[in-house]
Design a protein around this ligand. Structure first.
Ligand code: NAD
Length: 387
């Protein structure tokens, strides 16, 4: 099996799909690994390091895409700066593994299917214990939660920790985290390590204990509906529940120095939980980091990849935080990919797709040109009806 690591083309992306140590392990197992020249440069992995691990460095991008059998990437496909398209280099012989945004990018999914390729979307890896070490949504979300707190801390005109000095006592910063999933829990842990007092809220009741175990105070909101969907995710709740949530969290937002929002529902627009009025009630200098800004935003007025100011409050909509910690983000992602590849490979070292396996069945977006994931099919059908 020839595995090929393509260089990322999305502007600003610094991650790479495989790191030299993971390449070394694959090569030892008899896998041939190609790495596009310069693919790891911005994550601090040189071509020489990949070569030393047993990879072949390929300068011709299109050759790598056309002759590689398993193409590994981080981001969904797109057009290269020279005008060629990554999609055009797929064929019935290619198996692609990458984040592919399958629940939101219908055009991309159809494009892949038209080429006859097979594709696995990292977003579709089941959230089960067995699949945990292939779970790239978790490995990357955790980095986003960590970095969101660092961004807020460097923007805040205050210290995070409590300090007793000869010049007076500084009280600790108050951080309110909304959405206590993977990113939110890491944000809570990071803010606590920096010495802040942390409150958190999530609509899934089981998060209360997780928040408390990290030293955070859980904000209770009673909702009269089931808030959990299958797979450990939240359900999209009614407008009434969103209104009740907004009312209940308003005073916690008002007293916070920093609000980190991470609330998301897969395949849906993110719920608006922090309103304009709540932002206006915050102290000047306060900071909001909206990790859901790319999905429509948890905070009214936030915008993807932008920092805006409203009534003296900074509202940051960061873009691709995992890409800003490229070395460790790539290291964790590479381990996720290697685990998935292990499930996809037979004893002879070649691809062997056993669709009886829930990880392979769940993560396979397209098989030889046929879209086979039921959740994605439902989203595509809905889009067809709306258009
Ligand atoms: P996510 O990114 O989809 O959502 C982030 C958080 O937002 C979730 O905790 C969700 O409950 C919360 N949320 C959604 N709507 C909200 C609202 N209206 N108000 C407040 N909060 C809201 O989710 P995620 O972080 O990727 O994962 C969520 C959960 O999935 C995990 O905490 C865990 O329980 C489960 N999970 C399980 C495994 C595993 O078993 N291997 C791995 C990863 C995640």
């Amino acid at each position: 099996m020839r595995v090929a690591v393509a260089k990322e083309i999305q502007p600003g992306e610094r991650r790479v799909a495989l790191t030299p140590d993971v390449v070394g392990r694959l090569v030892k197992k008899g896998t041939e690994v190609w790495v596009e020249a310069g693919a790891g440069d911005s994550a601090c992995f040189s071509d020489a390091a990949y070569e030393a691990a047993g990879a072949e460095i390929i300068k011709d991008s299109q050759r790598l895409w056309r002759e590689g059998r398993v193409i590994l990437k981080v981001n969904p496909l797109g057009d290269r700066p020279n005008g060629t398209s990554e999609y055009d280099d797929l064929s019935g012989d290619t198996t692609l593994i990458s984040f592919l945004n399958p629940l939101a990018d219908a055009t991309g999914v159809n494009h892949i299917a038209e080429t006859g390729a097979t594709a696995f979307a990292m977003e579709l890896i089941p959230r089960t214990s067995r699949a945990q070490s292939a779970d790239a949504l978790s490995s990357q979300a955790s980095i986003a939660g960590y970095k969101a707190v660092l961004m807020a801390a460097s923007q805040l005109p205050k210290y995070f920790p409590m300090l007793t000095t000869a010049a007076g006592t500084i009280p600790p910063a108050k951080v309110f985290v909304i959405g206590a999933g993977v990113a939110g829990l890491q944000a809570i842990a990071t803010a606590r390590r920096l010495g802040a007092v942390v409150e958190a809220f999530d609509i899934r009741p089981e998060t209360k204990e997780q928040v408390q175990s990290l030293g955070g105070k859980f904000v209770e909101v009673s909702l009269e509906e089931e808030t959990r969907a299958t797979g450990g995710y939240a359900k999209e709740v009614s407008d009434d529940s969103k209104r009740r949530t907004q009312e209940a969290i308003a005073k916690h937002v008002a007293s916070a120095d920093v609000v980190i929002t991470t609330a998301q529902v897969p395949g849906k627009k993110a719920p608006v939980l922090v309103t304009k009025a709540m932002v206006n009630a915050m102290k000047p200098g306060s900071v909001i980091v909206d990790l859901a800004a790319n999905q429509g935003g948890n905070c009214e007025g936030s915008a993807p990849s932008q920092a805006v100011e409203q009534n003296g409050v900074s509202i940051i909509g960061p873009d691709n935080l995992p890409g800003s910690v490229p070395l460790h983000a790539s290291q964790l992602y590479a381990k996720n990919l290697a685990t998935l590849l292990g499930y996809l490979t037979g004893e002879n070292g070649e691809l062997a797709l056993n669709f009886e396996d829930d990880i392979i069945d769940g993560a396979c977006l397209v098989h030889q040109g046929e879209i086979r994931n039921e959740r994605v099919k439902a989203v595509l059908k809905e889009e067809l009806v709306h258009n």
